[in-house]
Ligand binder design. Structure first.
Ligand code: AMP
Length: 114
């Protein structure tokens, strides 16, 4: 999709600190980290949110979550725990309308979040 920041990152048009890639997904560090480790996992194709990824088919949703768990393991977060978040809609805090899963770890986190 034109004008989509994460499509531009997926296409290599805008640089990002990429930590993991598959044929259908990509993971890169958030520019404004909210935890010592803060990685965003995206589908390479434009889907606005998780619901659209699920609508695209179980393979897409499965690949996205497989990348999330692989990224958490590669970053060493799986032993002490980590949080995954995906904001859907502006009122939930979504600011980039290309589906992304935040993978956060490396510090103790409170629940519920603010
Ligand atoms: P959300 O507010 O849930 O839509 O999350 C969007 C995230 O994208 C925020 O945490 C931003 O810090 C992050 N972000 C924005 N621009 C970039 C970029 N160029 N590279 C990496 N992360 C970005």
């Amino acid at each position: 999709m034109s004008d989509c920041l994460f499509c531009a990152i997926a296409a290599g048009e805008i640089p990002a600190d990429v930590v993991y890639e598959t044929e259908t997904t990509m993971a890169f560090r958030d520019v404004n980290p909210q935890a010592p480790t803060h990685i965003l996992v995206i589908p390479r194709t434009h889907q606005e949110n998780v619901a659209e990824v699920v609508q695209a088919g179980n393979a897409s949703a499965g690949e996205l979550m497989a990348t999330v768990t692989a990224v958490a393991k590669a970053a060493g977060l799986d032993t002490h725990g980590y949080r995954i978040v995906s904001n859907t809609g502006a009122s939930a805090g979504q600011s980039v309308f290309h589906c992304h899963i935040h993978v956060l770890g490396g510090r103790t986190m409170q629940w519920p979040p603010g």
